[in-house]
Ligand binder design. Sequence first.
Ligand code: SAM
Length: 318
Amino acid sequence: MPGRSRVVRGIRRSAAGLLARGDAAAPASGAAPAAAGGAGSPAPLWPSYPPPHYRGQLHPDFQAQMAKLRSGARREDCNWYHTFELPDGTVVPGAWDLRGGEDDYLGGTELRGRRVLELGPASGYLTFHMERQGAEVVAFEGGFDVSVDLLPVNGEELVHEKMKLMRETVDRVHNSWWYMHRQYGSSAKLVHGNIYELPGDLGDFDVAVFGAILLHLREPWGALAEAARRTRHRIVVTDLIQDREAPLDSNVMRFSPLATHEISNWWSIYPGAVVSMLERLGFRGARITEHQQTHHLGHDLSAAPIRIPMFTVVADRG
Ligand SMILES: C[S@@+](CC[C@H](N)C(=O)[O-])C[C@H]1O[C@@H](n2cnc3c(N)ncnc32)[C@H](O)[C@@H]1O
C-alpha cells in the first residue's frame, strides 16, 4: 500500500468535487475581510464559531452580517465552481457550465412560489437560477466549524486536509456565492451547519434539491432523511453517472468507486438506489432522467470542456 504522504500528494479532484490538483498546496486565500482576520490579515474564515445550535441564520441581520463579511472578496478571491454571466454580460468561467441545462438538472421542477432548500450550492448557479424562476431559496453549506466529509486513508482521518480544503477551497467557493449574490441583488439566503442535523429553525420547504452532493457525503441516507423531514412536496436528486456496471434503475451504491487515493468521492450512486431511499422516506412516483452537463475535467479551465453524463431523480410526497 502506498504511504500516506504519497497518497495525500496524489490527491486528485473528482469530476464533481471541489478538490483540484494543486488546491491542497495552494496559498491561503487573501479574501478574508478585515472583520474576519484583523487589519491586513489574510486569516481564513474557517473554522469560526457558529451561533448556538446554528440557529438564527435566516434572520435578515445575520444574513447582512455574512454578506458584509464577504463584501471585500474580489473575483480573484473566489473559486468558481460554476460558469456565470454577470449582469453586464461578462462571462466568468467555472468548472461546470450549467447554462441551458438547468431544467434537466432540476428534473423540470416548477419553482414559482416554491420555498426551496438547496443542499450544497457551491458557487450558487442553481441558487440564482431557481430564484429567477420565482423560488425563495435557502442554500445550505458546511462551514463555521463543520467540514465536508473526506474519506479516511489507511485508517487515518485527514484532519489536516479537511482544514486546508475548508480554508483554501470551500471558503473561496463561499466567496463566489456571495459575490454573485451581490451582483444579482439576490435575496437568497446561505446558511451553514451539519447536513445530518440541519439547524432547527430553517422551517419547512416545498422542494429540496441535492445537486451533485450525495456522492460526497459519508451518509447519503442520513442527509436525505434529514431534508425529507422538512420537505412537503418534492425531492430532487442529481448526481453523476459514474459507471454502468448495472442498469441505472438498479438499487446499487458502490463505495469509494474511484482510485484508492481519491478522498472526496464516497459513492457511485445509481438512480435506482435514490428511488429506493426516497420511497422509504415517503416520496413516490419517482422519475429518473438522464442528461449531460458541460464540465472542465479536473476543474482545469484551460482544458476543453466535455459533456458529463448525469441523472436526476424527482419524487413527490404522498
Ligand atoms: C459538487 S458541489 C455541487 C454544487 C451544486 N449543487 C451543483 O449541483 O452544481 C457540492 C457542494 O456540496 C457542499 N458539500 C459537500 N459536502 C458537504 C457537507 N458534508 N455538508 C454541507 N455541504 C457539503 C460543497 O461545499 C459543495 O458546495
